[in-house]
Design a protein around this ligand. Sequence first.
Ligand code: NAP
Length: 305
Amino acid sequence: MQLAVLGIGLLGREIAMRLVAHGFQVLAWNRSPEKAASLAEAGIAQAQDAGTAIAASDCTLLLLSDAAAIRETLLTTACKPNLAGRMIVQMGTIAPEESRDIAASIERAGGSYLEAPVLGSLPEAREGRLIVMAGGDESLYQRCLPVFQALSEAPQRIGEIGQGAAVKLAMNQLIAGLTTSFAYSLGLVRDANVNVEQFMSLLRRSALYAPTFDKKLDKYLNHDYRGANFPLKHLQKDLSLFCRVAQGMSFNSTPLLALEEVFSGAIADGLADADYSAIYEALVHARGPKTSPQRPLKDDQDSDN
Ligand code: NAP
């Protein structure tokens, strides 16, 4: 199957590499062409523009930042004619309503649309362990299943368009919520000069433990958030999407909106490209860390995004 991957950012790059390694022919396009060009060594050719990539492929995977990026890439006068008869699979994190709107525009242009957002990050993409939560037509899903099976041990179709996006947003709200909760508890333990390992050993034996706590522990302890696989700016985007969805329902959005403000402050303080766990600094060290062996992300330090 000839595939196109639009968006060779952190996740798109790994997905393109994984798919080519699994025998798919892959064509890449990225707004900044140098990122797509860097995949040539892996046998992934670069398309001149998004429309060319779509027209040349059976199926096009979107790994773009957000709904605005998708619209700017696909729903332009130049690109729309290439959508006729083509299958588009949206894999980024966007809101259910955005997904339904984009689907409708693609279908009006004669294309077909499936959403397949993923949970997991770069290691999971590399190893084919992403959690795929698809939404859309069952027969389209079946046609795309070999692609999903190369990326995931157990891809699932959740339901209609918007339902996959809803599950994905529910998952990412948990990332923000668990990270926030743990930051406050760890902050208290450290402030009280309690041995962190003793606290962790108790927590690990309790029903309150989540593996993500240990995964990020060194980052909190060292105040070092470089090498982001999933940068804070994307978790902020997802939290904002969740807030908008919650406001459209009968949820009390007050705590979500307060948290969104903290995330926005952290972005304004230069943490956009840091690992999302850097939100710890904004939550617990609102007036700066008491002891700061390393600043969160220095201007002259590279992160992997
Ligand atoms: P990323 O590294 O920031 O890459 C974003 C991609 O979108 C880049 O290719 C960027 O192109 C492109 N883009 C942004 N604005 C654009 C525009 N206006 N027009 C055209 N292209 C545009 O993000 P990522 O981590 O790969 O994530 C991609 C999506 O997957 C996001 O929705 C994210 O929330 C979701 N996701 C990410 C992870 C993860 O672990 N990283 C996991 C699950 C889901 P340029 O290179 O030209 O800027």
